[in-house]
Design a protein around this ligand. Structure first.
Ligand code: MN9
Length: 308
């Protein structure tokens, strides 16, 4: 029971947004989906981020999504709201809204598209972080242009900047960040493919897309690493990678995860254009592929049990 960022630990889904077939935000579906996620041993929820297709949503829809999420979650687990926006002004509006609703923290990718210089990026984070009392989790992701370790260390000197979600693959940077930033600075692994390695490096949590689909498997990976059973962690991580690669190979990753969840009776909806959804035949193939992975790897995934 917490709204404290210090409890934002462990396996944390970057929540999928639930749209209906006509691309409307499906409020009832969202509620049911959040309730479903809360049945797992998760350390929190990260909403309206990349996996939530946030860049395809209006600010009003994002705020509505946060309202619904907070109503469903209450103080069961901490919720961090991604408030990244094209302008500082808009990010501040979203951050203030998240604060009013009781979020545990805010997060943001750096401003992108125009190639902002490091000072402009620094001031973006300072302005957004200082606009509320909430902790800010910086989000470093190649899609928005990776920031250097030095830049993250500089950002960590801003009082409200309390951590980073690092969706890179250069794991030595995770160590450099941990060593270079203030004590207690939170570091989250963002690349699901590297879950077990990130956990072994001592990250505070892992935040990502596939924890919407296979939170049970990642719970086991977390436990295996923490009990120093590296052989088991590696075996389980390999299985997770098979699922992730199937999702990526589909060509529309979020839509694919939603297909799998729907097949399991969980109302995760559809993706919004320009992402594509799948024909019924393609959907059947994707579901068959997930079931085949589960069988070949002898995983016993919860989602596959629900499909059958
Ligand atoms: O950081 C996610 N990145 C994106 C979070 O959504 C772009 C990851 O969870 C990846 O989706 C995942 C698959 O590549 O690692």
């Amino acid at each position: 029971m917490s709204r404290d960022i210090l409890d934002f630990k462990g396996v944390i889904p970057a929540v999928l947004s639930v749209f209906d077939k006509d691309e409307n935000l499906d409020e009832q579906g969202t509620r049911e989906f959040i309730r479903h996620l809360l049945t797992y041993d998760i350390g929190g929820l990260y909403v309206t981020g990349s996996t939530g297709e946030t860049w395809l949503m209006t600010a009003e829809e994002r705020m509505r999504q946060v309202e619904i999420t907070m109503e469903e979650v209450g103080d069961k687990v901490p919720v961090v709201v991604h408030v990244g926006a094209m302008s500082t002004r808009e990010a501040i509006r979203l951050a203030k809204h998240a604060e009013q609703l009781g979020a545990a923290g805010v997060s943001s990718v750096p401003p992108f598209y125009f190639k902002y210089n490091p000072d402009q990026i620094f001031h973006y984070y300072k302005d957004v972080a200082e606009a509320t009392s909430l902790p800010m989790i910086v989000y470093n992701i190649p899609l928005a242009g990776m920031m250097t370790v030095d830049q993250i260390i500089r950002l960590s000197e801003i009082e409200n900047v309390k951590g980073v979600k690092y969706t890179g693959t250069a794991l030595y940077e995770v160590m450099q960040i941990k060593e270079g930033c203030k004590p207690g600075f939170l570091v989250y692994g963002g690349c699901d493919e590297l879950g077990s390695s990130n956990i072994a490096l001592g990250v505070d949590g892992v935040i990502g897309s596939f924890y919407n689909v296979i939170p049970d498997l990642y719970g086991k990976i977390w436990a295996a690493v923490k009990s120093s059973d590296i052989a088991e962690a590696t075996r389980l991580q390999r299985q997770a990678v098979h699922v992730i690669f199937a999702g990526i190979r589909s060509g529309s990753m979020m839509a694919c995860m939603k297909v799998w969840l729907r097949a399991a009776g969980i109302p995760a909806g559809y993706s919004r254009r320009p992402f594509s959804n799948f024909t019924e035949e393609e959907e059947r193939k994707l579901v068959d592929e997930l079931v085949a992975i589960d069988k070949a790897d002898e995983i016993g995934l919860d989602i596959v049990r629900r499909i059958q």
